[in-house]
Design a protein around this ligand. Structure first.
Ligand SMILES: [Zn+2]
Length: 528
């Protein structure tokens, strides 16, 4: 603590020791600096310009009277005439202040591990080897899972990207952060994951490759670097884009240049999202003999995918989706390899999560953002804790809002006060926890689900109807038990009713009309 404050005390002392006029000005500057509203590079830039302009006057003023004061004569003698008088004192103050800030920066360097947060688009948990899938879709994720905590029942807070990822980044359910559709952005008053890490002294970087995670929606809040070049107007993204190679390249080159300072790194792989068009050899890996006309394109609004379709075609569609996962997993493996090569793997908390799943006629439909059945909200969640080799499998229902407080707990950081998530470390350690027994998922404007240890209830406000599933014994949600629920089922329904009654939806700021965005959403088929 003393080490942190010594440079500040030196800086403050130097400032107050200078003349009154400078004192007043510099005191304000100091307050400005220590509120940390300006990043270090701006302070250095500002100071650099100030010092340059000061010394420049001596270049312009070539002829001067000889100095009268002895101190100034000495400074002249040692070729430091720029440091004499009031201006010279100010320059010295700035130099000392910068030195103080520099030492302050070193003293504030976080001691905890790095954090790498990997979000994979449209990833169903039941299509990963580590979650029991029969195809080898995820060898690299599975390898990580062997030395990580596996949350077998993790739920996304919604069945599409925008609200779901905001929930992970704020630990707030959709109704709490209020970004319920593409007309809203995150209210800047919320603390984001990146912001909390930045305030702790981490460098924060985000790399995204998908629509809905742009600065436009407030996702850049708290990042020193937020690279959305794979999702910008210069690089019009469509469902046909394949972005994992470029994303992986950017992330690895960033790691190479920046890994010496502690970091929080967020990256989002896009490719498992439809269209299902994995590059060779992954396009034929899981179904080499198919000869029909399903090619994985034009999925949005496709009439081809319907309950009457040829089962062989559906089988092929799933093989293509699995190929996308295998392709993405290969790139994920490259990032893990880079972390190992740079000696960072052991000292890094790694989170791997899906933002939602996808439906393949499980309940008669396709894609996502339509229902809250498990195929679209039951996601993989794997957390690697530094320097452990244990891989417990946790069967408690957890939510992606729990990720943020869990990571903060591992870093011994306090979570923000008003969040919906709770740390999962207590469960891991087998300790009694006060975490809620139910987690929630929401899809505006009409669907809300409550998920407990055995039951899952879904309310549809459009038709004022509940559905109830015994997800422990019927994980595919085939049998709606709403007509004759047992006690556990009734409790789940009552819990959901309470939630609906108590929930106070937050009104997130609306975004202004944006022609580029409209064009992009239209090209993606999200709006008509
Ligand atoms: Zn998504």
């Amino acid at each position: 603590m003393i080490i942190i404050f010594i440079p500040r005390i030196i800086a403050a002392f130097t400032l107050t020791a200078s003349n009154r006029y400078m004192h007043h000005k510099m005191y304000r500057l100091m307050a400005f600096i220590f509120q940390k509203e300006l990043s270090g590079k701006w302070i250095f830039l500002f100071s650099g310009v100030f010092i340059f302009l000061y010394f420049w006057q001596f270049v312009l003023k070539k002829k001067e009277k000889p100095p009268e004061k002895a101190r100034d004569r000495i400074l002249d003698h040692v070729a430091l005439k720029g440091l004499r008088g009031i201006g010279g004192t100010a320059v010295l103050v700035v130099i000392v202040l910068n030195a103080g800030l520099f030492i302050d920066g070193i003293a504030n360097e976080p001691k905890g591990p790095n954090v790498v947060f990997v979000c994979i688009e449209t990833l169903r948990s039941d299509h990963l080897g580590s979650y029991g899938y029969n195809r080898n879709t995820s060898p690299f994720i599975d390898q990580l899972a062997e030395e990580s905590v596996i949350f077998e029942r993790a739920y996304a807070t919604s069945s599409w990207t925008l609200p779901s990822v905001h929930s992970m980044m704020t630990s707030l359910y959709q109704s709490s952060h209020g970004v319920i559709n593409e007309n809203h952005r995150l209210d800047p008053s919320f603390n984001t994951f990146a912001e909390l890490m930045k305030n702790r002294g981490y460098q924060t970087s985000g790399f995204i490759a998908a629509p809905f995670l742009e600065t436009f929606y407030g996702f850049n809040q708290g990042y020193d670097l937020y690279d959305e070049s794979l999702s910008s107007s210069e690089h019009p993204l469509s469902h046909k884009s394949i972005t994992s190679p470029e994303l992986t390249k950017s992330v690895i080159s960033w790691l190479r240049e920046n890994h010496k300072r502690k970091f929080f790194l967020f990256l989002q792989f896009w490719d498992p999202h439809y269209d299902y068009i994995p590059p060779p050899p992954y396009d034929t890996q899981f179904d080499p003999d198919y000869s029909g006309d399903i090619d994985g394109t034009e999925i949005e609004g496709s009439q081809k995918i319907n309950p009457r379709m040829n089962p062989r075609d559906l089988e092929h569609l799933l093989a293509l989706y699995d190929g996308e996962i295998r392709w993405t997993d290969m790139h994920f493996g490259k990032i893990i390899e880079a972390l190992r090569t740079m000696g960072l793997f052991e000292d890094t908390i790694l989170v791997v999560v899906g933002d939602h799943g996808d439906e393949f006629l499980d309940h008669g439909g396709s894609t996502h953002k339509k229902t809250l059945y498990d195929e679209v909200i039951h996601v993989p969640l794997i957390i690697k804790i530094p320097r452990t080799r244990e891989s417990p499998r946790i069967t408690t229902a957890v939510s992606t809002v729990d990720i943020l407080p869990t990571v903060l707990d591992l870093l011994k950081m306090k979570p923000p006060a008003a969040i919906d998530g709770t740390s999962l470390i207590g469960i891991l350690r087998g300790q009694e926890t006060r975490r809620p027994e139910h987690v929630y998922s929401e899809l505006a404007p009409n669907l809300t689900a409550s998920i407990g240890s055995q039951w899952k209830a879904i309310f549809n406000s459009d038709i004022n109807t509940f559905e109830l599933f015994d997800v422990k014994n019927d994980p595919q949600e085939r049998m709606n038990k709403i007509v004759a629920p047992d006690k556990g089922g009734k409790d789940e329904i009552n819990n959901l009713k309470n939630r609906l009654r108590r929930r106070v939806p937050f009104n997130a700021p609306r975004i202004e009309k944006n022609e580029w965005l409209e064009k992009k959403l239209k090209s993606l088929g999200y709006i008509k």
